[in-house]
Write a protein that binds this ligand. Sequence first.
Ligand code: FNR
Length: 184
Amino acid sequence: MSKIIGVIAGSLRKESFSKKIANGLLSMAPEGVEFKIIPIDELPIYNQDFDDHHNVPAAYVTFRNAIQSLHGVIFVTPEHNRSIPAVLKNALDVGSRPYGKSVWNGKPAAVFSNSPGNIGGFGANHHLRQCLVFLNIPVMQQPEVYIQKSHELFDDAGNLKEGERKEFIAKAVGAYIDWANKNA
Ligand code: FNR
């Protein structure tokens, strides 16, 4: 049976560079591993009343079950105002509750931040790591993945262009799989 690694893109945008990078990762899964996009687009903003009053949205149930079944997660995050987009924070919050039943616990993760700018989402990358510490999600330390000038990565069909930058991303994926196998 394949190990399933979830890939979560922290953007709602149809033409999102993060979503395109996430899609580009799918074919990089080595034998015995399946990469699976976990959508976060339909998650209502977290409200503890849903859990406290047994009124949990169907989208929460689907998402929590999907995360629970994973062996690990790759977060592909853009940067919003030097932090993570609200939609990604919301997904972390939804998966973390009800209290004591977080589905994130212990899932080994990698953080791939990206931006059309020059610093590759450094702020988002490290804000995300702060949340992951609390959620007890161990995170690959090296290589750090800050993907700058993200708008230049794709061909006209939206696929990752061949070349050094795609090779770097593939190497980071390989490093993550090796590390996750040791840290699962
Ligand atoms: C941005 N953007 C941005 N970029 C960056 O490098 N650092 C930042 O702090 C911000 N802040 C920011 C805030 C908000 C509200 C938006 C909408 C955008 C630009 C951002 O990197 C760009 O829009 C990316 O294309 C967003 O990622 P996706 O949607 O392409 O995955």
